[in-house]
Design a protein around this ligand. Structure first.
Ligand code: ZN
Length: 247
């Protein structure tokens, strides 16, 4: 009996390993209301390769729906850390603002290894961020680029107010084209006009998407081939919902 204990422990470990490797736990794309099981698996090279760009978007959509419903997937995060230690195969890369109220993995209900996350005030673009996007998609196999702004964004309001402060000045200058892109009949063009602020945020997301395509031949080629998709979206700070711009 004593001698069979190590064998039993070994068998239990084998079962656990099979479960993790086969992705038997709740998948990242599982729908709302699936918070009854505990996820300890992470994306694998095979699961990433099998995912289409539209499935990647659906996984983000489903994750946000779970978050809004208050039914996130239960995760064994230490087990996910262990499972991801040998390599990462995220299915998407998200460019979003640094705002503390929009923590991407939480509001999209994603776990360890699911997403590359790039965060910068006003979700603007620069060469380093473009390089990070190229790494995420071309080198690491992510299937989707999501640019997600948010309502009532302080960076957008700073740009509208022509705020000047150290290195922030140059960052906010990148948002000026979005201010100009909002039709002149949208008045008043003040930060007190929430509709105007949010229209600038949306214009900023769309211009960043356009810039990604124009400034990166690598990503443009992948988009044209259908290897990846590019989607914009807006996170509502008051509801927790992400509205994607693909429909
Ligand atoms: Zn912001």
């Amino acid at each position: 009996m004593i001698s069979s204990l190590p064998r039993l422990a070994c068998f239990a470990g084998l079962i656990a390993a099979v479960l993790v490797n086969s992705g038997c736990q709740t998948s990242p794309s599982a729908g709302p209301g699936t918070g009854t099981s505990t996820r300890s698996s992470v994306p694998t090279k095979a699961s990433q390769a099998a995912m289409t760009p539209s499935q990647a978007l659906q996984a983000l959509r489903d994750g946000n729906a779970r978050f809004v419903a208050g039914k996130p997937i239960r995760r064994n995060l230490p087990a996910e850390v262990q499972a991801a230690a040998a390599g990462q195969y995220p299915f998407a890369v998200v460019l979003s603002c640094i705002d503390s109220r929009q923590p991407v993995e939480i509001v999209l209900d994603q776990g360890i290894g699911d997403l590359f996350s790039i965060r910068v005030a006003g979700n603007v673009l620069n060469d380093d961020i473009l390089g990070s996007l190229e790494f995420a998609c071309k080198v690491s196999g992510a299937k989707l680029i999501a640019v997600i702004g948010h309502s009532n964004c302080g960076a957008i309001k700073g740009a509208i107010n022509h705020a000047q402060l150290g290195n922030l000045t140059g960052l906010l200058d990148k948002i000026n084209p979005a201010i100009e892109a909002v039709p002149a009949n949208v008045q008043p063009r003040l930060t007190s006009n929430h509709a105007f602020v949010d229209q600038v945020s949306e214009a900023n997301v769309r211009l960043v998407m356009q810039e990604i395509r124009e400034r990166s031949p690598i990503l443009r080629g992948m988009l044209d081939n259908g290897d990846i998709s590019l989607v914009g979206g807006m996170y509502d700070l008051s509801t927790g919902k992400v509205q994607f711009y693909d429909r």
